[in-house]
Ligand binder design. Structure first.
Ligand code: SUG
Length: 448
Protein backbone atom coordinates (compact mmCIF):
# COMPACT_ATOMS: atom_id res chain seq x y z
CA UNK A 1 0.00 0.00 0.00
CA UNK A 2 1.19 3.52 -0.77
CA UNK A 3 2.12 5.78 2.12
CA UNK A 4 2.88 9.44 2.45
CA UNK A 5 4.21 12.07 4.76
CA UNK A 6 1.51 14.71 4.85
CA UNK A 7 2.53 18.14 6.06
CA UNK A 8 -0.27 19.99 7.82
CA UNK A 9 0.71 23.65 8.03
CA UNK A 10 -0.65 26.02 10.62
CA UNK A 11 -2.66 28.82 9.11
CA UNK A 12 -1.50 32.05 10.75
CA UNK A 13 -4.32 33.60 12.80
CA UNK A 14 -5.65 37.15 12.45
CA UNK A 15 -4.00 38.39 15.68
CA UNK A 16 -0.40 37.57 14.71
CA UNK A 17 1.75 39.97 16.74
CA UNK A 18 5.13 40.37 18.37
CA UNK A 19 4.46 40.06 22.07
CA UNK A 20 7.96 39.17 23.25
CA UNK A 21 6.39 36.27 25.11
CA UNK A 22 8.99 33.52 24.76
CA UNK A 23 11.94 33.86 27.10
CA UNK A 24 14.73 31.73 25.63
CA UNK A 25 13.55 32.30 22.03
CA UNK A 26 15.93 34.96 20.73
CA UNK A 27 13.74 36.18 17.84
CA UNK A 28 10.62 36.51 20.01
CA UNK A 29 12.52 38.53 22.57
CA UNK A 30 14.35 40.77 20.14
CA UNK A 31 11.29 41.69 18.04
CA UNK A 32 9.07 42.38 21.02
CA UNK A 33 6.65 45.31 20.49
CA UNK A 34 7.40 45.71 16.78
CA UNK A 35 4.32 46.11 14.66
CA UNK A 36 3.33 42.97 12.76
CA UNK A 37 1.45 42.31 9.55
CA UNK A 38 -1.01 39.42 10.07
CA UNK A 39 -2.21 39.47 6.47
CA UNK A 40 1.30 39.14 5.10
CA UNK A 41 2.10 36.43 7.66
CA UNK A 42 -0.88 34.31 6.61
CA UNK A 43 -0.18 34.81 2.90
CA UNK A 44 3.49 33.84 3.34
CA UNK A 45 2.40 30.61 5.04
CA UNK A 46 -0.19 29.86 2.37
CA UNK A 47 2.38 30.47 -0.38
CA UNK A 48 4.61 27.78 1.15
CA UNK A 49 1.70 25.33 1.35
CA UNK A 50 0.78 26.01 -2.27
CA UNK A 51 4.37 25.66 -3.48
CA UNK A 52 4.80 22.28 -1.78
CA UNK A 53 1.49 21.07 -3.14
CA UNK A 54 2.54 22.20 -6.63
CA UNK A 55 5.79 20.24 -6.24
CA UNK A 56 3.72 17.09 -5.69
CA UNK A 57 3.86 16.81 -1.90
CA UNK A 58 0.77 15.99 0.16
CA UNK A 59 -0.23 19.15 1.99
CA UNK A 60 -2.90 19.93 4.55
CA UNK A 61 -3.87 22.87 6.71
CA UNK A 62 -4.47 23.26 10.43
CA UNK A 63 -6.80 26.01 11.60
CA UNK A 64 -5.73 28.83 13.94
CA UNK A 65 -7.34 29.45 17.35
CA UNK A 66 -9.83 31.87 18.78
CA UNK A 67 -7.98 34.95 20.00
CA UNK A 68 -8.22 36.98 22.13
CA UNK A 69 -8.99 34.02 24.39
CA UNK A 70 -11.63 35.72 26.53
CA UNK A 71 -12.36 32.52 28.45
CA UNK A 72 -8.69 32.37 29.52
CA UNK A 73 -8.92 35.97 30.75
CA UNK A 74 -12.09 35.12 32.69
CA UNK A 75 -10.22 32.28 34.40
CA UNK A 76 -7.75 34.92 35.58
CA UNK A 77 -10.52 36.97 37.19
CA UNK A 78 -11.53 39.48 34.52
CA UNK A 79 -15.32 39.78 34.34
CA UNK A 80 -18.25 41.44 32.62
CA UNK A 81 -19.10 41.40 28.93
CA UNK A 82 -16.44 40.20 26.48
CA UNK A 83 -15.61 43.83 25.66
CA UNK A 84 -15.29 44.67 29.36
CA UNK A 85 -13.01 41.68 29.95
CA UNK A 86 -10.69 42.90 27.19
CA UNK A 87 -10.77 46.52 28.31
CA UNK A 88 -10.14 45.64 31.96
CA UNK A 89 -7.23 43.37 31.02
CA UNK A 90 -5.78 46.10 28.76
CA UNK A 91 -5.95 48.59 31.62
CA UNK A 92 -4.72 46.41 34.48
CA UNK A 93 -2.62 43.62 33.00
CA UNK A 94 -1.51 44.27 29.43
CA UNK A 95 0.93 41.29 29.38
CA UNK A 96 -2.00 38.96 30.09
CA UNK A 97 -4.06 40.46 27.29
CA UNK A 98 -1.10 40.12 24.92
CA UNK A 99 -0.68 36.47 25.92
CA UNK A 100 -4.37 35.81 25.38
CA UNK A 101 -4.06 37.29 21.87
CA UNK A 102 -1.02 35.35 20.68
CA UNK A 103 -1.37 33.59 17.33
CA UNK A 104 1.28 31.10 18.50
CA UNK A 105 -0.85 28.09 17.55
CA UNK A 106 0.45 28.71 13.99
CA UNK A 107 3.62 26.76 14.98
CA UNK A 108 1.89 23.43 14.69
CA UNK A 109 5.10 21.44 15.10
CA UNK A 110 4.19 22.12 18.74
CA UNK A 111 0.56 21.09 18.42
CA UNK A 112 1.06 17.40 19.10
CA UNK A 113 3.32 14.37 18.82
CA UNK A 114 2.17 11.95 16.15
CA UNK A 115 3.03 8.27 15.78
CA UNK A 116 2.10 6.54 12.53
CA UNK A 117 0.12 3.31 12.58
CA UNK A 118 3.11 1.18 11.58
CA UNK A 119 4.76 2.01 14.93
CA UNK A 120 1.87 1.66 17.36
CA UNK A 121 0.59 -1.39 19.25
CA UNK A 122 -3.02 -1.04 18.07
CA UNK A 123 -2.19 -0.15 14.45
CA UNK A 124 -3.80 3.30 14.64
CA UNK A 125 -2.23 6.72 14.15
CA UNK A 126 -1.79 8.25 17.62
CA UNK A 127 -1.85 11.94 18.52
CA UNK A 128 -0.98 13.48 21.89
CA UNK A 129 -1.71 17.18 22.10
CA UNK A 130 1.25 19.05 23.62
CA UNK A 131 0.63 20.80 26.94
CA UNK A 132 3.16 23.56 26.06
CA UNK A 133 3.17 24.44 29.70
CA UNK A 134 6.52 26.26 29.72
CA UNK A 135 4.84 29.44 28.42
CA UNK A 136 1.45 30.66 29.58
CA UNK A 137 0.44 31.93 26.12
CA UNK A 138 1.09 28.48 24.65
CA UNK A 139 -0.37 26.47 27.54
CA UNK A 140 -3.86 27.66 26.57
CA UNK A 141 -3.64 26.11 23.09
CA UNK A 142 -4.17 22.40 23.74
CA UNK A 143 -7.94 22.18 24.38
CA UNK A 144 -8.73 23.77 21.01
CA UNK A 145 -5.85 21.91 19.35
CA UNK A 146 -7.45 18.66 20.51
CA UNK A 147 -10.83 19.64 19.10
CA UNK A 148 -9.32 20.72 15.77
CA UNK A 149 -7.24 17.52 15.45
CA UNK A 150 -10.33 15.52 16.41
CA UNK A 151 -12.29 17.19 13.60
CA UNK A 152 -9.50 16.56 11.08
CA UNK A 153 -8.74 12.97 12.06
CA UNK A 154 -12.18 11.91 13.19
CA UNK A 155 -12.37 8.23 12.27
CA UNK A 156 -11.72 6.19 15.48
CA UNK A 157 -10.90 3.10 13.46
CA UNK A 158 -7.71 4.80 12.22
CA UNK A 159 -7.00 7.66 14.62
CA UNK A 160 -6.48 7.72 18.41
CA UNK A 161 -6.30 11.00 20.30
CA UNK A 162 -4.77 11.53 23.74
CA UNK A 163 -5.31 14.56 25.92
CA UNK A 164 -2.29 16.69 26.78
CA UNK A 165 -0.07 15.42 29.61
CA UNK A 166 -0.57 16.81 33.15
CA UNK A 167 0.03 20.55 33.03
CA UNK A 168 3.07 20.79 35.27
CA UNK A 169 6.67 21.60 34.38
CA UNK A 170 7.74 18.02 35.19
CA UNK A 171 5.74 16.87 32.15
CA UNK A 172 6.60 19.82 29.91
CA UNK A 173 5.82 18.63 26.40
CA UNK A 174 6.38 20.62 23.19
CA UNK A 175 5.12 18.02 20.73
CA UNK A 176 6.71 17.18 17.40
CA UNK A 177 9.33 19.94 17.65
CA UNK A 178 11.33 17.49 19.77
CA UNK A 179 10.36 14.34 17.91
CA UNK A 180 11.54 12.88 14.62
CA UNK A 181 10.86 9.56 12.99
CA UNK A 182 13.26 7.54 10.93
CA UNK A 183 12.06 4.86 8.54
CA UNK A 184 12.81 3.18 5.24
CA UNK A 185 9.35 3.99 3.89
CA UNK A 186 6.60 6.04 5.59
CA UNK A 187 4.23 3.08 5.79
CA UNK A 188 6.78 0.74 7.40
CA UNK A 189 7.71 0.47 11.09
CA UNK A 190 10.28 3.07 12.01
CA UNK A 191 12.32 4.44 14.90
CA UNK A 192 10.88 7.36 16.84
CA UNK A 193 13.47 9.74 18.16
CA UNK A 194 12.53 11.78 21.24
CA UNK A 195 14.81 14.64 22.26
CA UNK A 196 14.46 16.13 25.74
CA UNK A 197 16.06 19.12 27.42
CA UNK A 198 16.14 17.87 31.00
CA UNK A 199 14.89 15.19 33.35
CA UNK A 200 12.33 16.21 35.96
CA UNK A 201 13.00 13.33 38.36
CA UNK A 202 16.55 12.14 37.71
CA UNK A 203 19.16 14.60 38.90
CA UNK A 204 21.99 12.84 37.04
CA UNK A 205 20.99 14.60 33.82
CA UNK A 206 22.47 18.09 33.35
CA UNK A 207 20.20 21.05 32.62
CA UNK A 208 20.68 24.47 31.02
CA UNK A 209 21.65 27.35 33.32
CA UNK A 210 20.09 30.33 31.63
CA UNK A 211 17.07 29.44 29.52
CA UNK A 212 14.37 26.86 30.28
CA UNK A 213 14.49 23.32 28.92
CA UNK A 214 10.93 22.98 27.75
CA UNK A 215 10.76 19.23 27.15
CA UNK A 216 11.33 16.66 29.88
CA UNK A 217 12.45 13.07 29.46
CA UNK A 218 9.45 11.97 31.50
CA UNK A 219 7.04 13.72 29.12
CA UNK A 220 8.64 12.02 26.11
CA UNK A 221 8.45 8.63 27.84
CA UNK A 222 4.78 9.17 28.67
CA UNK A 223 3.98 9.97 25.04
CA UNK A 224 5.81 6.83 23.87
CA UNK A 225 3.77 4.75 26.37
CA UNK A 226 0.47 6.36 25.36
CA UNK A 227 1.18 5.63 21.71
CA UNK A 228 2.07 1.99 22.39
CA UNK A 229 5.57 2.22 20.87
CA UNK A 230 7.91 -0.73 21.15
CA UNK A 231 11.13 -0.20 23.10
CA UNK A 232 13.02 -1.34 20.02
CA UNK A 233 11.33 1.41 18.04
CA UNK A 234 12.29 4.32 20.31
CA UNK A 235 15.49 6.28 20.96
CA UNK A 236 15.78 9.04 23.57
CA UNK A 237 18.52 11.67 23.43
CA UNK A 238 19.33 14.71 25.46
CA UNK A 239 19.76 18.10 23.87
CA UNK A 240 23.05 19.75 24.71
CA UNK A 241 22.11 22.14 27.57
CA UNK A 242 24.61 24.69 26.35
CA UNK A 243 22.79 25.10 23.02
CA UNK A 244 19.50 25.66 24.87
CA UNK A 245 21.31 28.48 26.66
CA UNK A 246 22.26 29.88 23.24
CA UNK A 247 18.65 30.06 22.09
CA UNK A 248 17.90 26.53 20.83
CA UNK A 249 14.57 26.28 22.65
CA UNK A 250 13.37 23.29 20.60
CA UNK A 251 15.44 20.53 19.04
CA UNK A 252 14.04 21.44 15.61
CA UNK A 253 16.15 24.60 15.77
CA UNK A 254 19.33 22.46 15.59
CA UNK A 255 18.40 19.18 13.85
CA UNK A 256 15.91 17.75 11.36
CA UNK A 257 15.33 14.19 10.24
CA UNK A 258 13.44 12.45 7.46
CA UNK A 259 13.41 8.95 6.05
CA UNK A 260 16.76 7.40 6.96
CA UNK A 261 18.54 10.76 7.31
CA UNK A 262 19.38 12.96 10.31
CA UNK A 263 20.73 16.42 9.46
CA UNK A 264 22.14 17.98 12.63
CA UNK A 265 24.64 20.39 14.12
CA UNK A 266 27.78 19.04 15.76
CA UNK A 267 26.78 20.62 19.10
CA UNK A 268 23.11 19.60 19.09
CA UNK A 269 23.19 16.60 21.43
CA UNK A 270 24.91 15.04 24.41
CA UNK A 271 26.58 11.64 23.89
CA UNK A 272 26.15 11.97 20.16
CA UNK A 273 28.15 8.86 19.22
CA UNK A 274 26.06 6.54 21.39
CA UNK A 275 22.89 8.10 20.10
CA UNK A 276 23.92 7.67 16.45
CA UNK A 277 24.88 4.04 17.09
CA UNK A 278 21.52 3.32 18.73
CA UNK A 279 19.59 4.99 15.90
CA UNK A 280 21.59 3.05 13.37
CA UNK A 281 21.14 -0.36 15.02
CA UNK A 282 17.44 0.13 15.76
CA UNK A 283 16.72 1.35 12.22
CA UNK A 284 18.65 -1.63 10.83
CA UNK A 285 16.31 -3.98 12.73
CA UNK A 286 13.39 -2.63 10.70
CA UNK A 287 15.34 -2.82 7.45
CA UNK A 288 16.60 0.76 7.27
CA UNK A 289 20.07 2.18 6.71
CA UNK A 290 20.63 5.18 8.94
CA UNK A 291 22.61 8.11 7.54
CA UNK A 292 23.68 11.20 9.38
CA UNK A 293 24.80 14.53 7.99
CA UNK A 294 26.67 16.50 10.63
CA UNK A 295 27.23 20.22 10.16
CA UNK A 296 30.51 21.10 11.88
CA UNK A 297 30.73 24.14 14.13
CA UNK A 298 33.75 25.25 12.09
CA UNK A 299 31.41 25.78 9.12
CA UNK A 300 28.25 26.99 10.90
CA UNK A 301 28.21 28.17 14.52
CA UNK A 302 25.30 27.60 16.90
CA UNK A 303 24.66 31.33 16.67
CA UNK A 304 24.46 31.07 12.86
CA UNK A 305 21.99 28.20 13.26
CA UNK A 306 19.83 30.20 15.68
CA UNK A 307 19.83 33.32 13.50
CA UNK A 308 19.35 31.62 10.13
CA UNK A 309 17.17 28.67 11.22
CA UNK A 310 19.16 26.40 8.91
CA UNK A 311 17.93 23.32 10.79
CA UNK A 312 14.35 24.51 11.10
CA UNK A 313 14.02 23.38 7.55
CA UNK A 314 11.80 20.77 5.97
CA UNK A 315 13.69 17.78 4.68
CA UNK A 316 11.51 16.19 2.02
CA UNK A 317 11.90 12.96 0.04
CA UNK A 318 11.67 13.15 -3.71
CA UNK A 319 10.55 10.28 -5.92
CA UNK A 320 14.15 9.51 -7.00
CA UNK A 321 15.21 8.95 -3.37
CA UNK A 322 17.11 12.23 -3.04
CA UNK A 323 16.01 14.95 -0.64
CA UNK A 324 15.05 18.57 -0.85
CA UNK A 325 15.60 21.11 1.92
CA UNK A 326 13.07 23.92 2.40
CA UNK A 327 14.83 26.77 4.20
CA UNK A 328 13.85 30.30 5.22
CA UNK A 329 15.21 33.34 3.38
CA UNK A 330 17.39 34.10 6.43
CA UNK A 331 19.68 31.20 5.36
CA UNK A 332 20.49 33.00 2.14
CA UNK A 333 21.23 36.11 4.17
CA UNK A 334 23.90 34.35 6.25
CA UNK A 335 27.11 33.99 4.27
CA UNK A 336 28.47 30.95 6.14
CA UNK A 337 25.17 29.11 6.07
CA UNK A 338 24.59 29.83 2.39
CA UNK A 339 28.10 28.73 1.52
CA UNK A 340 27.62 25.54 3.52
CA UNK A 341 24.36 24.81 1.67
CA UNK A 342 26.00 25.35 -1.73
CA UNK A 343 28.68 22.84 -0.77
CA UNK A 344 26.15 20.36 0.63
CA UNK A 345 23.94 20.22 -2.45
CA UNK A 346 26.94 20.18 -4.77
CA UNK A 347 28.60 17.25 -2.98
CA UNK A 348 26.41 14.54 -4.51
CA UNK A 349 25.03 13.38 -1.15
CA UNK A 350 21.41 12.66 -0.33
CA UNK A 351 20.42 16.34 0.09
CA UNK A 352 20.44 17.60 -3.49
CA UNK A 353 18.44 20.79 -3.60
CA UNK A 354 17.56 23.79 -1.45
CA UNK A 355 14.46 25.92 -1.90
CA UNK A 356 14.13 29.24 -0.13
CA UNK A 357 10.91 30.73 1.25
CA UNK A 358 10.12 34.15 2.66
CA UNK A 359 8.50 33.52 6.06
CA UNK A 360 9.77 36.66 7.72
CA UNK A 361 6.58 37.44 9.65
CA UNK A 362 6.75 34.07 11.41
CA UNK A 363 10.55 34.01 11.62
CA UNK A 364 10.52 37.23 13.65
CA UNK A 365 8.78 35.27 16.39
CA UNK A 366 11.16 32.31 16.09
CA UNK A 367 9.07 30.15 13.77
CA UNK A 368 10.63 28.77 10.57
CA UNK A 369 9.41 26.33 7.89
CA UNK A 370 9.58 23.31 10.20
CA UNK A 371 7.74 25.04 13.06
CA UNK A 372 4.88 25.78 10.74
CA UNK A 373 4.13 22.15 9.89
CA UNK A 374 2.95 19.01 11.64
CA UNK A 375 4.01 15.85 9.88
CA UNK A 376 1.61 12.95 9.76
CA UNK A 377 2.70 9.77 7.99
CA UNK A 378 -0.36 8.04 6.57
CA UNK A 379 -1.08 5.11 4.32
CA UNK A 380 -3.60 5.44 1.52
CA UNK A 381 -6.52 4.15 3.58
CA UNK A 382 -5.75 6.52 6.43
CA UNK A 383 -5.32 9.46 4.08
CA UNK A 384 -8.74 8.69 2.63
CA UNK A 385 -10.14 8.78 6.19
CA UNK A 386 -8.85 12.33 6.87
CA UNK A 387 -11.46 15.09 6.72
CA UNK A 388 -11.08 16.11 3.04
CA UNK A 389 -11.84 19.74 3.92
CA UNK A 390 -8.31 20.21 5.33
CA UNK A 391 -6.35 18.75 2.41
CA UNK A 392 -4.81 21.51 0.30
CA UNK A 393 -6.05 21.84 -3.27
CA UNK A 394 -5.83 24.70 -5.74
CA UNK A 395 -9.47 25.76 -5.04
CA UNK A 396 -8.88 25.58 -1.25
CA UNK A 397 -5.76 27.71 -1.62
CA UNK A 398 -7.82 30.29 -3.54
CA UNK A 399 -10.60 30.30 -0.93
CA UNK A 400 -8.15 30.67 1.94
CA UNK A 401 -6.25 33.46 0.21
CA UNK A 402 -9.48 35.35 -0.43
CA UNK A 403 -10.60 34.71 3.15
CA UNK A 404 -7.33 36.21 4.45
CA UNK A 405 -7.64 39.19 2.11
CA UNK A 406 -11.18 39.81 3.36
CA UNK A 407 -10.62 39.47 7.09
CA UNK A 408 -7.02 40.21 8.07
CA UNK A 409 -5.50 43.51 9.06
CA UNK A 410 -2.14 44.49 7.60
CA UNK A 411 -0.84 46.06 10.78
CA UNK A 412 -1.11 45.04 14.40
CA UNK A 413 0.33 46.68 17.49
CA UNK A 414 -0.37 46.29 21.19
CA UNK A 415 -3.03 49.03 21.02
CA UNK A 416 -4.95 47.09 18.40
CA UNK A 417 -5.15 44.08 20.71
CA UNK A 418 -7.07 46.20 23.24
CA UNK A 419 -9.75 46.98 20.65
CA UNK A 420 -12.86 44.86 21.44
CA UNK A 421 -13.79 45.09 17.76
CA UNK A 422 -10.85 42.78 17.02
CA UNK A 423 -12.55 39.94 18.89
CA UNK A 424 -15.69 40.29 16.77
CA UNK A 425 -13.63 40.45 13.59
CA UNK A 426 -11.73 37.29 14.53
CA UNK A 427 -14.83 35.35 15.50
CA UNK A 428 -16.52 36.29 12.24
CA UNK A 429 -13.48 35.18 10.28
CA UNK A 430 -13.07 31.90 12.17
CA UNK A 431 -16.74 31.03 11.88
CA UNK A 432 -16.38 31.30 8.12
CA UNK A 433 -13.12 29.33 8.23
CA UNK A 434 -14.72 26.35 9.96
CA UNK A 435 -17.17 26.22 7.06
CA UNK A 436 -14.40 26.45 4.44
CA UNK A 437 -12.43 23.66 6.15
CA UNK A 438 -15.56 21.68 7.09
CA UNK A 439 -14.48 21.37 10.71
CA UNK A 440 -17.85 21.80 12.43
CA UNK A 441 -17.88 23.67 15.75
CA UNK A 442 -14.39 23.69 17.30
CA UNK A 443 -14.01 27.14 18.88
CA UNK A 444 -15.20 28.14 22.35
CA UNK A 445 -17.48 30.82 20.87
CA UNK A 446 -19.12 28.15 18.73
CA UNK A 447 -19.69 25.58 21.44
CA UNK A 448 -20.46 27.58 24.58
O1 SUG B 1 7.03 28.68 21.32
N1 SUG B 1 7.17 31.71 19.55
C1 SUG B 1 7.09 30.26 19.55
C2 SUG B 1 7.91 29.71 18.39
C3 SUG B 1 7.69 28.24 18.22
C4 SUG B 1 8.60 27.66 17.20
N2 SUG B 1 8.34 26.28 17.05
C5 SUG B 1 9.24 25.33 16.81
N3 SUG B 1 10.53 25.55 16.97
N4 SUG B 1 8.81 24.17 16.49
C6 SUG B 1 7.58 29.68 20.87
O2 SUG B 1 8.55 30.23 21.43
C7 SUG B 1 6.54 33.93 20.28
C8 SUG B 1 5.28 34.69 20.55
C9 SUG B 1 5.53 36.14 20.83
O3 SUG B 1 6.56 36.50 21.38
O4 SUG B 1 4.65 36.96 20.47
C10 SUG B 1 6.34 32.43 20.30
O5 SUG B 1 5.46 31.94 20.97
Amino acid sequence: MKSYEVNFDGLVGPTHNYGGLSYGNVASQSNSQQSSNPKEAALQGLAKMKALMDMGFQQGVLAPQERPDVAALRRLGFAGSDAQVIQQAAKEAMPLLVASCSASSMWVANAATVSPSADTADGRVHFTAANLNCKYHRSIEHPTTSRVLGAMFANPQHFAHHAALPAVAQFGDEGAANHTRFCRAYGEAGVEFFVFGRSAFDTRYPAPQKYPARQTLEASQAVARLHGLREEGVVYAQQNPSVIDQGVFHNDVIAVGNGEVLFYHEDAFLETDNMLAELSSKLAKVGGKFQSVCVPRSAVTVDDAVRSYLFNSQLLSRPDGSMLLIVPEECRGNERVWQYLQGLTGAGGVIREVKVFDLKQSMQNGGGPACLRLRVALNETELAAVNPGVIMTAPLYDSLTQWVERHYRDRMTENDLADPQLLLECRGALDELTQILKLGAVYPFQIN
